[in-house]
Ligand binder design. Structure first.
Ligand code: CMC
Length: 431
């Protein structure tokens, strides 16, 4: 932690408490309230963590007002343009861009861990065929701790490293297997001669009767989707991973917890929810009805793929994906489909509507990723598993950072209790 050079004074009930202030490399100052309860006997209240830093970190920085996302200082648009997913993984995990030799060694290590224990195939077969691939992934990733117990000792740096590589390498295999299982096709083994994104497309779309020829434009678009989803500082699923890990849980269990959290429609599930919404709208002439519903306070409907807790100007990931969407749709010859027309018109209307302007709601990363993934041939149920696959490196990097911190404590929030006062138990016959 940096030295505190400033402090804030909290006055209430006739007492004053001095609280140290920390200044980050960039971004708002942070008031340290860790000793507040001990000194003043009060808690702070911030259920959605809108004003609370839950940890210190050197991995990712977001300036939501300016629409900036940096990984280890590098802007996301430069990484999406000039780098590729595995290089970004190295950057997130180890803090610096790799040299050519380091990159080659890292790619080699990831590539040679892509197969999963053969016994895990039986584990997959225990699920119903119609299970959502996210449900299968939560189960299978959690079960990795039963298959790879030689890398669950979190006090051993070597085991932590092996677990990190295993998670990164096996996640595409697991996501592809969850997909294949759900459509009743045989599992496809990974290929070491393909890069990370191309190998994932191969495992999803090859069948024993015909090898899928991976188009380099699609592989590049897939790689970009992975890169753009790699990390996003202390979002809900990452905070879930950190909270699970703070108790000393093993890495596979922690990442399974992250997958479970990501599944929700307000988080990673939004890409599926967004495409479902576009399909429900169906045609351009029905858009005004849905815009009205989104504005209606008494209607729970929200425009999925719009808005963000942190970005209040633009989502820098969405800008890059919009360009990828155009490339992929042209390649697949679907630039003219109805769904896309609805998406483009919706975007145009929402960006010019007073309600959306005032509330700073604009398309987020999920608005475009679903359109691209559908054009590639993925069913909607695979959108969130692909997000989970890509975010694994972010979760693992944040987990590693937390475990290595000597100040790590179990995460244990307090509460504002509004329940009944102490009362005596009444026997059931007297109630
Ligand atoms: N459509 C219509 N109104 C909205 C929307 C929306 N998508 N999002 C927010 N609002 C309104 C909301 O009703 C509220 O209005 P008021 O101030 O009058 O009560 C105001 O905008 C602020 O909303 P909030 O829920 O307090 O904002 P939040 O920061 O808690 O929520 C959000 C952020 C992303 C959960 C929310 O914008 C949302 O539900 N969006 C749709 C789901 C979505 O696309 N999620 C993906 C996020 S990006 C991927 C990721 O990082 O996981």
């Amino acid at each position: 932690m940096p030295e505190s050079t400033k402090s804030a004074t909290l006055s209430f009930d006739g007492q004053q408490v001095d609280l140290p202030i920390f200044s980050p490399t960039v971004g708002p100052d942070v008031i340290d309230i860790r000793k507040l309860y001990a000194q003043a006997g009060v808690f702070t209240y911030d259920p959605g963590f809108t004003s609370t830093a839950s940890c210190d970190s050197t991995i990712t920085y977001i300036d939501g007002d300016a629409g900036i996302l940096l990984h280890r200082g590098y802007p996301i648009d430069q990484l999406a343009e000039k780098s590729h997913f595995l290089e970004v993984c190295y950057l997130l995990l180890y803090g610096e861009l790799p040299t050519a030799t380091q990159l080659e060694d890292f790619e080699q290590r990831v590539t040679h861990h892509t197969m999963i224990h053969e016994q895990m195939h039986n584990f997959f077969r225990g699920f119903r065929r119609d299970a959502h691939p996210m449900a299968t992934m939560v189960g299978v990733v959690g079960a990795m701790s039963a298959f790879y117990h030689d890398s669950t000792d979190i006090s051993d740096p070597w085991q932590r490293e092996v677990a990190s590589i295993r998670l990164l390498a096996k996640m595409p295999t697991i996501a592809a297997m969850a997909y294949k299982y759900s459509i009743g096709q045989p599992f496809v083994y990974p290929r070491n001669d393909l890069d990370y994104a191309a190998n994932f497309l191969h495992m999803c779309f090859s069948v024993p009767a015909q090898t899928y020829e991976v188009d380099p434009i699609l592989a590049r678009a897939m790689d970009r989707i992975f890169t753009l989803h790699a990390d996003h500082e202390q979002n809900a699923s990452t905070s879930t991973v950190r909270l699970a890990s703070s108790s000393g849980a093993n890495p596979f269990a922690c990442i399974a917890a992250g997958i479970a959290c990501l599944w929700g429609p307000a988080h990673g599930g939004a890409n599926q929810a967004c495409l479902e919404m576009l399909k429900e709208i169906g045609s351009v002439d029905r858009i005004p009805e849905y815009i009205e519903r989104a504005k209606d306070k008494d209607d729970p409907f929200r425009l999925m793929g719009f808005g963000h807790r942190v970005y209040k100007n633009t989502d820098p990931r969405a800008k890059v994906l919009k360009q990828s969407a155009d490339e992929v749709l042209e390649l697949m010859g679907v630039e003219d489909n109805e769904l896309l027309k609805v998406a483009k018109e919706l975007e145009k209307i929402a960006l010019n509507d007073e309600y959306f302007i005032e509330k700073k709601l604009f398309p987020n990363v999920d608005f475009y990723s679903g359109i691209i993934l559908e054009a590639m041939g993925f069913p909607m149920s695979m959108f969130t598993p692909i997000f989970a696959l890509a975010r694994t490196v972010g979760w693992v990097s944040q987990w590693k950072e937390q475990i290595a911190d000597p100040q790590m404590k179990i995460g244990r929030p307090r509460q504002l209790y509004l329940g009944a006062l102490e009362r005596d138990y009444i026997d059931v016959e007297n109630r």
